[in-house]
Design a protein around this ligand. Sequence first.
Ligand SMILES: [Fe+2]
Length: 431
Amino acid sequence: MTIEPDPELAQLYADFETEHLNPLWTQLGDLMSMVPMSKAVPFVWKWSTLYPLAQRAGDLVPVGRGGERRAIALANPGLGGVPYVTPTLWAAIQYLGPKETAPEHRHAQNAFRFVVEGEGVWTVVNGDPVAMRRGDFLLTPGWNFHGHHNETDRPMAWLDGLDIPFVHYTDTGFFEFGSNGVTDESTPDISRSERLWAHPGLRPLVGLDRQTSSPIACYRWDHTDRALDEQLALEDEGHAATPEPGHAAVRYTNPTTGGDVMPTIRAEFHRLRAGAHTRARRDVGSTVFQVFEGQGRFPAPRHRTRRRQGRHDRRAVLGGVVPGHRLRGRPVRLLRCADHRAPALAPRPHPRRSLTSCDLPPCARAAAPPPSASIPTPPVPSSTATQTCPRSWQILTGRRCPRGHPVCRSTSPAPTTPRSSRARARSCASA
Ligand SMILES: [Fe+2]
């Protein structure tokens, strides 16, 4: 359908712009898409690349008040340069040199830490020193003072994860400086939090109230490892103990609620036997995987033009929106963190359809009703005005994705940031 220029309509849109108004009918496809259309892309950061860069930062950049932390964020290449690993999660490698101290502060953002290797650092959370050791999963829920100190002559690095984007989007961020050092420099093997709370199935009677975040400061690797070992051993004995053959998994939980450890972040640990692979699963929201040990493959979602497989080395971090993920392993152990709010927001029952537009029929065949002929479409240059898409007033560009589906172009302005090849590859899902 060719759109005739209409001076009155053009003036109407110009007046909208002058008055900072935006008509819904030109934005609907972007505001309320038929399926999630994240700009984030699956991406792998290798520990073998991250760590040397963090070491160089350790040689050149002091840690202290102001910068606060020597943390280097993973910036998803699909997100236009913002330092977010996914639209809702921030992840970074944090590096603390020998005898260094990161000063105390607190913020509204919830944080976790996962120790990939090393030991000798204590994080002090509200005055409670918590030892950080290999494989440990540690929590710093929002608005708790925290600082770190390294008591050894060796540097140490770990993975940090926070809900910084989520807090930013909801305008709920607060920050406060604390002590320039740490308030307790002692180095106990086990924190006061663990002494009170980390006993299986036992809850202290001083802590019967529900708490938003888990009171357990650290989930020790010994416990995680044993739980996964036992699942696989029970599977060998013929008992139903694993989510699927050869795949053991646990979720870190808040003992006061039985739910996730923090209000915005879900965390799990998975182990795959050699040769095992997980079922492909549909999901919403975004996920970060930290490979702890071993190697695995992570086939790309089906909307890729060809099935790419990300091979993870012993210390890779994968971030991004992963709508249909499936893992195949040699023996592999990995941490999974996700924005647990996203599944809570998704409709129930979960839509049993693909989350990528190329797995859907072309836009014109989508379930949305065609626009009423009485609703005027916005004026667009005649060179691009070829057809209107019934789905959302997008413009069919005349191009087709590699699978042969028509490609739409939103009527909203094109992004001004350069797009990576990965971002271009997903254009059929986001256009
Ligand atoms: Fe912090």
